[in-house]
Design a protein around this ligand. Sequence first.
Ligand code: FES
Ligand code: FES
Length: 197
Amino acid sequence: MTVLSPVSDPRAAEPAPTESLIGLRVNGADHELAVDHRTSLLDALRDGLALTGTKKGCDHGQCGACTVLLDGDRINSCLQLAVAVGDREVTTIEGLAGDDALHPVQQAFLDHDGYQCGYCTPGQICSAVGALAEADRGWPSHVTPPDDPGPASAAALSADEIRERMSGNLCRCGAYVNIVAAVQQAAAGRVTGDDLA
Ligand code: FES
Ligand code: FES
């Protein structure tokens, strides 16, 4: 019988690195975190930084519960790899309020009883902040008429536009009723696109 000597495989001797030390800037503070390369931004925020305000609903980009702002733009953090965030500014629900006052969108949700359950509310509010900034940039939505260049500002949004722009945030119990009024109040209070983003 011939005994074969083990084949030496350089890849076996030196396993490919699956973890990196990354920097994350979240709510104005810098953090260093060792993450598996497959870690989503959502998991890095919740498990790595204990910022549990951002919720994991579907974990598949379908419910909006995990919405945060990345350089002011809303994203589903369950679809964003933490290692790909780099130096960009992440804002979570914990970072929206000032020291002494709620963010105007938070205040509007409170004024209009637009708060939903703890799973849906953080994503809804971050999404509304992002949607108002998008409208201030004149971005059209799916319901903006094709010959319309888009809203002049968030303050010009109709109820239909708000519904459409918030449609990526789902809840399972249908408690949407007062959100349009809350977003309208926050939109009416805007002076420039930089005020709330
Ligand atoms: S948890 Fe990210 S979209 Fe549902
Ligand atoms: S408000 Fe959260 S599931 Fe309906």
